[in-house]
Design a protein around this ligand. Structure first.
Ligand SMILES: Nc1nc2c(ncn2[C@@H]2O[C@H](COP(=O)(O)OP(=O)(O)O)[C@@H](O)[C@H]2O)c(=O)[nH]1
Ligand SMILES: [Mg+2]
Length: 365
């Protein structure tokens, strides 16, 4: 279940540089079939220190991390919602992704043309936001036209729908992203079919110059202040530097290089982890002599659904799950020792899988 994050932003802000660093970053675990699926779609392993811990305990033949996909979505310019610059195609690309990574230029470089003439993160953000909002507005207004008549005839359900839609129309018109418009959870159904672009979770990447990765700069501050109202995260990195970091194969050399810049981990790692959290994803593990493996599920999933990620048979024929906590595995070292010490919990269909659980499913088909 690889979820996709779409990288969006104005031209020349560093999207492709970032995307290329993500796709050329050496996979953290050996044997991982790392690849670029299409020229603009890359599969990225999710860095997870717990895999190393498990590998040392279990000593398996192979280790498989979990992945997410990144899509380099080019071509978003002012007027995209009206079809400018291949606008519709790229807006359609955004519709398909699960979350948005909005790259904003926060570096100065006279050699690199800024589409609007000067570096201005808030302006840039608003150009993109506006295009997406206009497209959403179009979808909302279409649906309003469809149900208005029914609502006016007194149909209670249609009336309620209309009320919610009008709230979205007015919000979007006033420059709000759909995600910032308050709505009752049960009313989300009303707009689900519209697949609004600005309701997707978002995080911002402030692409800064090398000198500002630790301290940030005035552009980053502006951006941070601005996105506070959306409760969104801002990841500060230097895309140009990331593409160098991504080239290191030797982890020690890489660490040394990072420490020269006062960094503990690469910006890419930070970005991948943040994207994972943004998507509301958690990881559980399976561990055996053949394979230690990380699996991605949504927060809140119950055991059978989680088992279904491995194989649909596991879900259909689910009987029970044996669960070990990583801390217990670390303390007792082996599965057998965990069992002897009562550290394997037997859980049923209602068990909600927790981040970091080590799972063993029993099933019958
Ligand atoms: N100085 C500097 N230049 C960058 C950085 N990131 C990207 N660039 C340059 O900006 C130009 C546009 O980058 P690109 O990734 O193609 O932008 P895109 O249009 O958003 O995909 C290229 O010449 C990059 O080398 C950065 O962090 N610092
Ligand atoms: Mg590009």
């Amino acid at each position: 279940m690889a979820l996709q994050c779409g990288i969006v932003g104005l031209p020349n802000v560093g999207k492709s540089t970032l995307f290329n660093s993500l796709s050329s970053a050496k996979a953290e675990a050996a044997n991982f079939p790392f690849c670029t699926i299409e020229p603009n779609v890359g599969v990225v392993t999710v860095p997870d220190k717990r895999l190393k811990t498990l590998e040392q305990l279990v000593n398996p033949q192979r280790v498989l991390p979990t992945v997410i996909e990144f899509v380099d979505i080019a071509g978003l310019v002012k007027g995209a919602s009206k079809g400018e610059g291949l606008g519709n195609k790229f807006l359609a690309n955004i519709r398909e992704v699960d979350a948005i990574i909005h790259v904003i230029r926060c570096f100065e470089d006279d050699n690199i043309v800024h589409v609007a003439g000067s570096v201005d993160p808030i302006f840039d953000k608003e150009v993109i936001d506006t295009e997406l909002q206009l497209k959403d507005l179009e979808s909302v207004e279409k649906k309003i036209l469809r149900i208005e008549k029914v609502a006016k005839s007194g149909d209670a359900k249609a009336k309620k729908e209309l009320e919610v839609l009008v709230r979205f129309r007015d919000g979007l018109k006033s420059g709000l992203n759909a995600r910032a418009i308050e709505i009752e959870k049960e009313d989300l159904e009303i707009i689900r079919d519209l697949q609004l672009l600005t309701i997707k979770p978002v995080l911002y990447v402030a692409n800064v110059d090398e000198g500002s990765i630790q301290t940030g700069n005035k552009y980053v501050e502006e951006l941070r202040n601005k996105v506070q109202e959306e409760n969104a995260e801002v990841i500060v990195l230097c895309a140009a530097l990331e593409s160098q970091i991504a080239e290191f194969e030797d982890p020690e050399e890489k660490e040394l290089f990072l420490s020269e810049y006062g960094l503990e981990e690469s910006g890419l790692n930070k970005l991948i982890s943040a994207a994972y959290a943004l998507l509301d994803l958690i990881t559980y593990f399976t561990a055996g002599p053949q394979e230690v493996r990380a699996w991605t599920i949504k927060k809140g999933w119950k055991a059978p659904q989680a088992a279904g990620v491995i194989h649909t048979d596991f879900e259909r024929g689910f009987i029970k799950a044996e669960v070990i906590k990583l801390a217990d595995y670390q303390q007792f070292k082996t599965e057998a020792a965990c069992r002897e010490n009562g550290k394997i919990a037997i859980e049923g269909k209602e068990y909600i899988v927790k981040d970091g659980d080590i799972m063993h499913f029993r099933f019958n088909v």
